[in-house]
Design a protein around this ligand. Structure first.
Ligand SMILES: C/C(=C\CNc1ncnc2c1ncn2[C@@H]1O[C@H](COP(=O)(O)O)[C@@H](O)[C@H]1O)CO
Length: 176
């Protein structure tokens, strides 16, 4: 499976690096390909290192203004002219999407793929990987949108909230 993962480009503490390492190990050991933003920085690097060490493939989708940060040893590296085309490529190349902990960049990517899914422009499974309870607040907000009629389709069809990497991967394998 080609699994697109959005996650932080920042250097973070063990409570976030450990779940990224664990998920990378599962992806690599399962023979999956990581499709990700391509930069060799922060949590993005932690995940890519782990996937590669466990035998998985790496397909990066970088963008011209961040090209200097792109990982040298990826199996493939695509460079897009701008962020909009990068998000489109990340989605096109992925069979499923996983949103790990992150900041505004991750949130931008997550909302775009959820919005496209809401409009029926793709039907790929999306998982919110709630490591260390990072997305408890977002999950609550999404549940409120669902309960109060803000979503045109049930939340359960839009996104699955996983508590750990094994849960996320099991869900994706069941869906695909
Ligand atoms: C560390 C610096 C630059 C490298 N930054 C990024 N490299 C690659 N991809 C990035 C970068 N910043 C955002 N992205 C994309 O958004 C997500 C991470 O953003 P967040 O705000 O850190 O959550 C990630 O999925 C990328 O696709 C500065 O020198």
């Amino acid at each position: 499976m080609n699994i697109g993962v959005f996650l932080s480009a920042a250097d973070l503490s063990e409570q976030y690096t450990e779940p990224a390492r664990e998920f990378g190990k599962l992806l690599g050991a399962g023979g999956h390909t990581l499709v990700w933003g391509g930069s060799d920085v922060g949590l993005m690097k932690v995940l890519a290192d782990s996937v590669q060490e466990a035998g998985g493939r790496l397909v990066g989708v970088s963008v011209e203004f961040l090209q200097a940060k792109a990982r040298a040893g990826a199996d493939e590296m695509i460079v897009t002219p701008d962020l909009a085309r990068r998000k489109a490529e990340l989605l096109r190349l992925s069979d499923a999407l996983v949103v790990m902990v992150g900041g505004t960049g991750t949130l931008d990517e997550a909302t775009e793929i959820l919005e496209l899914k809401k409009h029926g422009l793709h039907a790929k499974p999306v998982v919110l990987l709630n490591s260390a309870g990072f997305y408890d607040g977002l999950e609550l907000q999404l549940r409120r949108m669902d309960a109060e009629g803000f979503l045109p389709l049930p939340l359960s069809q839009l996104v699955y909230v996983a508590q750990d990497g094994a849960d996320a991967l099991a869900y994706l394998q069941e869906q695909l």
